[in-house]
Design a protein. Structure first.
Length: 280
């Protein structure tokens, strides 16, 4: 089973809706009043950027919720520009969360944020990088390694950032892409988890059971390669309850949950509850 959600091909005139319910929060408490005035309204610009950008022509109606938390850290003058240093958290409210420890971009009062596939822009490209990264993780659940082209796109943005005038944080972002995209066992396990859940929704426990077995095989390989890897932990934390609540009629339910106790000890209590085992 190679699609467990509905991906709609865009027709001319249709608007992509990859990101919805985009929530932006800004912490400017470390800035002076004048700089707060300059950056006033940046939250609305960022929200518009994510909601209005056509991120991809193939996947539509993904409706990914997005939360962006922007923390202003510093302000500096360089070459007649006012440069703002920030930290930023991007999350889809579930199994993807990325923290940018350091980024820098020029900003002026009333400035818009516009997407360009050609021109590198220190703010727009920074936002695009994380938007594409989240799209990659999402599309990995549609097809096995389905997010590959998005990871390549994120890698390209990072390389352009590293060769720009605004290099802060881009090497680390490039490393993040490499860590996640090269972890094929985890990426494949994601697909089989969602595939198994989709089979259950369709009332097909036999194929669901096969999908969960494949999920376990890949999670075991992932654990052998990198036990408790950061992004793996985020994913498992988000879906431990889904696995613990697999229905009793699933043929390999006990096997799946018992195996997850050894592969994901951080969520052992959740799995034990799913099996009806008392806390230790």
């Amino acid at each position: 089973m190679f699609l467990q959600k509905t991906a709609i091909l865009l027709l001319p005139g249709m608007i992509a809706a990859q990101f919805v319910t985009v929530s932006i929060s800004v912490d400017d408490s470390q800035m002076k009043e004048n700089d707060r005035r300059v950056t006033q309204g940046i939250d609305e610009q960022i929200q518009y950027f994510f909601e209005s950008t056509v991120w991809d022509d193939e996947y539509s109606d993904l409706e990914i919720p997005l939360t962006v938390q922007l923390f202003f850290q510093s302000v500096a003058d360089k070459g007649g520009q006012r440069l703002y240093g920030v930290q930023c958290l991007f999350a889809n409210g579930s199994d993807q969360r990325y923290f940018a420890k350091s980024a820098q971009f020029p900003y002026s009062q009333g400035q818009g944020v516009s997407y360009s596939s050609v021109i590198f822009d220190p703010l727009a490209s920074f936002l695009e990088f994380y938007g594409v990264l989240i799209l990659a993780g999402e599309t990995d659940t549609y097809d096995i390694l389905g997010g590959t082209r998005f990871y390549e796109r994120a890698r390209d943005i990072a390389l352009r950032g590293m060769s720009s005038q605004y290099t802060r944080g881009w090497r680390q972002r490039s490393e993040v892409v490499n860590i996640i995209s090269k972890n094929k066992p985890l990426r494949t396990a994601k697909f089989h988890l969602f595939d198994g859940l989709a089979y259950l929704d369709e009332g097909d426990p036999v194929n669901a059971s096969a999908a969960f077995d494949k999920m376990l095989d890949n999670l075991e390989e992932n654990y052998r390669q990198a036990p408790r890897e950061h992004y793996s932990s985020i994913f498992l934390d988000a879906h431990a309850r889904d696995i613990a609540l697999l229905p009793p009629y699933l043929p390999n339910r006990k096997k799946v949950i018992k195996t997850m106790i050894s592969l994901d000890p951080d969520n052992e209590e959740t799995y034990r509850q799913g099996l009806g085992i008392k806390s230790r």
